[in-house]
Design a protein around this ligand. Structure first.
Ligand SMILES: NC(=O)c1ccc[n+]([C@@H]2O[C@H](COP(=O)([O-])OP(=O)(O)OC[C@H]3O[C@@H](n4cnc5c(N)ncnc54)[C@H](O)[C@@H]3O)[C@@H](O)[C@H]2O)c1
Length: 507
């Protein structure tokens, strides 16, 4: 049974900035009378005028009827004082990100609103438990975390603090759903789901750059064209702004008592120190100034290999076979007992298991070894990273490049890095999502939903781990941990258990 708030219930929104305005738009469009208040004089009126204009534009574009736009606009009003929010059955706060300010505001609100009214905070990084602790009745407060821009982003994290009543969280969940959003439940922990699980997307990319695995344009292209992500990590950080992105990373790291899994990067700190904040300042990882050239991704060249043999039945081998067939390139098939997917002009090609090509060459006692990355969909990937072992004879890299090119894939050479690019990052995203589930922050399905809808990932990290095989992901992480000797790569018990028992993340 739906327990969403009736649309007759008035919604108060405190803070008429980017988020408050968007939340007011969503609530008014859903049918609630909405009262906006902002401490800055005139800000609430301005927001109401702007939102009425937004509704009129939506009507002009045919996204809503003229009557609905008019009605939604007329449901909005600006309040001159906080006291005008007294009749609201739900008040959502989107003021400055400051614990003392939010606590003070909710204390004031608690004295104004009716006993049954729900109080919600849109905080991204503060503890919902700590905000609620300021109240005489902490049970009535929860997090209602929208993403920017709130009218367009479907995800809402409904965050329960230690004191939050379960019924309040349920009402907010159902109300967000009635507003056309996709809510997920989360416990009040640093970063909730999205801002926690997304950290490795940035951190591993910066690590790869710092280690000289490849340049930023090449790494971004790999995430887009092999990983299926809409934006690569460097272009995304440049868009978010390094000040904002670094502050979130720092805040999550501090809140986890400096857990090395979340250690911020010196490279990003330097960008912030330099004022290279990304697009908004004209420079970040890329140069956005007038006339600046955008660097191209590195793509290797290799002549068509003389001899290609494909081995095994994994997704990569099957896709290479289908793609070579489609291009009319001849190849042989043979069994191989060492797990390789291809042999090309004498070079053994493996899909990365988290070991470098060099490690694999030593383990096999064979110098001619190469590793290739994983892809979101090897059947359609436009690009793939590969590396050859230092022991690989001259021409080995060209042979692998020739194999990929023959299959219609842009061969992308990177330094011989453990787990290469996409596999390493996806394994770390899955590990973080797994750990959030293991620690009771959210359900596995919520972690995947949150990352698909909150960050536009092409697939939830846990569903991705299932597609790769949990045992494979666990092996990659184990090899990364062994290579670096860092706690950062430690395997989440959630994945370890599933790898041992052969279950998927969603079983
Ligand atoms: N911008 C984002 O991407 C984003 C996403 C999710 C959550 N959030 C969170 O939402 C909140 C608001 O962020 P924003 O980006 O909309 O900020 P913003 O600066 O655009 O707006 C904040 C508004 O709050 C007003 N304000 C400040 N203190 C006030 C008070 N005590 N009482 C009433 N009004 C007050 C300001 O005048 C301003 O208009 C923060 O907690 C932030 O962490 C932001």
């Amino acid at each position: 049974m739906m327990a969403a708030l009736d649309t007759a219930v008035a919604v108060g929104v405190v803070g008429a900035g980017a988020m408050g305005g968007g939340i007011a738009q969503v609530a008014a469009a859903a049918g609630h009378p909405v009262v906006l208040f902002d401490a800055r004089e005139g800000a609430a009126e301005q927001a109401v005028t702007k939102l009425r204009g937004v509704f009129a534009t939506l009507a002009a574009k045919g996204r809503m009827s003229a009557e609905a736009a008019e009605a939604a606009g007329s449901r909005l009003s600006a309040a001159a004082t906080l006291a005008a929010l007294a009749p609201a059955g739900l008040v959502v706060e989107a003021v400055v990100e400051d614990l003392a300010v939010k606590q003070g505001l909710f204390r004031d609100l608690e004295a104004l609103v009716a006993d049954g009214a729900i109080l919600a905070t849109n905080t991204s990084s503060l503890s919902v438990t700590a905000i609620g602790a300021a109240l005489a009745r902490p049970g009535r407060l929860a997090g209602l975390h929208f993403f920017n821009p709130a009218p367009l982003m479907p995800l809402v994290e409904v965050v329960s603090g230690l004191g939050t009543d379960a019924a309040v969280a349920e009402t907010l969940f159902d109300t967000a759903k009635a507003w056309g959003k996709t809510p997920v439940h989360a416990a009040s922990t640093p970063g909730f789901i999205v801002n926690r699980v997304a950290r490795p997307y940035y951190a591993e990319a910066i690590r790869l750059l710092e280690e000289g695995a490849a340049d930023s344009a090449t790494i971004d292209a790999l995430f887009r064209e092999a990983g299926g992500f809409r934006m690569g990590p460097f272009e995304l950080m440049d868009m978010i702004g390094h000040d904002v992105n670094f502050a979130v990373t720092r805040s999550v790291w501090s809140a986890f008592f400096h857990d090395p899994r979340f250690t911020p990067s010196l490279t990003q700190q330097e960008l912030v120190a330099a004022g290279f904040l990304g697009r908004k300042s004209g420079r970040g990882f890329y140069d956005y100034r007038e006339g600046a050239a955008r660097p191209a991704a590195r793509t290797a060249d290799g002549p068509a290999p003389a001899r290609i043999t494909l081995h095994g039945t994994c997704a990569m081998a099957a896709s290479l076979a289908a793609r070579l067939d489609a291009q009319g390139v001849a190849f042989a098939r043979a069994d191989a007992d060492d797990g390789r997917v291809a042999t090309v002009d004498g070079v053994a090609v493996f899909v990365t298991d988290g070991r470098t090509a060099a490690e694999r060459a030593v383990a096999l006692g064979t110098p001619a070894v190469a590793v290739v990355d994983t892809a979101f969909d090897p059947a359609t990937a436009g690009r793939l990273a590969f590396a050859t072992a230092h022991s690989c004879p001259a021409g080995g890299g060209e042979a692998v490049a020739g194999l990929l090119a023959a299959a219609g894939i842009a061969p992308t050479p990177v330094a011989d890095s453990p787990g290469l690019v996409v596999m390493r990052t996806v394994a770390m995203l899955a590990n973080e999502a797994a750990d959030a589930v293991h620690r009771g922050v959210c359900a596995a399905s919520s972690a995947d939903t949150a990352m698909r809808l909150g960050t536009n990932y092409p697939r939830g990290p846990l569903a991705w781990a299932d597609a790769l095989g949990v045992a494979t992901v666990a092996e990659v992480l184990g090899n990364l941990a062994a290579f670096y000797g860092e706690d950062r790569y430690r395997l989440s018990p959630f994945l370890r258990l599933r790898a041992i028992t052969g279950r998927g993340c969603h079983d």
